[in-house]
Ligand binder design. Structure first.
Ligand code: IMP
Length: 178
């Protein structure tokens, strides 16, 4: 275990098992619909996207978006697009792939952006959900694990861009950020 991890919250095995379940559920839910375009938000969702999509038995495509919130302003919820989609999503079913829903601001804004781009339907799949932290009204249709209000790292999640490569989700030791 990495020396900066206080404890493992979700193991690699648990993530794989849950991704299989979510993949099956998504395959079932979309089987009579147009296959979704998976839109993954960089960078945190990459390991989860890679695991999840192996278990989706549909002719999906995937694309990436990179957004950041405007820092140092009061305009919370507004986002800056660092990398936009490569293709049009007009008339498509979009499935947003995220690492964690925290305050919910990012997903609420990105979901609206997808609708503004003409997506006919937008759903969300997130590896983790921290419902205690929510400040806006948004709910992922597919959630891997509901976790307590603690700062987590690994499986794509970072602290100062580090720890994304850990194969599990762990709680960062307080001494690392205090
Ligand atoms: P939201 O807009 O507040 O829901 O923020 C979502 C983003 O915040 C996620 O995509 C993560 O990049 C980041 N984030 C939220 N909680 C954590 C955490 O516990 N560890 C690492 N990143 C987090």
């Amino acid at each position: 275990m990495n020396k900066d991890v206080a404890r493992i919250l979700v193991s690699e095995d648990e993530i794989i098992r849950r991704s299989i379940e979510l993949g099956k559920q998504i395959s079932e839910d979309y089987k009579d619909k147009k296959a979704p375009i998976l839109v993954a938000l960089l960078k945190g969702s990459v390991p989860f996207l890679a695991e999840l999509m192996k278990h989706i038995e549909l002719d999906i495509e995937y694309d990436f978006m990179d957004v950041s919130s405007y820092e140092g302003t009061e305009s919370i919820g507004d986002i800056r697009i660092l990398k936009d989609l490569d293709r049009s999503i007009r008339g498509e079913n979009v499935l947003l792939v995220e690492d964690i829903v925290d305050t919910g601001r990012t997903l609420k804004t990105v979901k609206k952006l997808m609708k503004d781009k003409g997506a006919s339907d937008v759903k969300i799949v997130s590896l983790l959900d921290k419902p205690d932290r929510r400040v806006v009204d948004i709910q992922a249709e597919y959630v891997g694990f509901i976790i307590p209000n603690e700062f987590v790292i690994g499986y794509g999640l970072d602290f100062n861009q580090k720890y994304r490569n850990l194969p599990y989700v762990g709680v960062l030791k307080e001494e690392c950020y205090k």
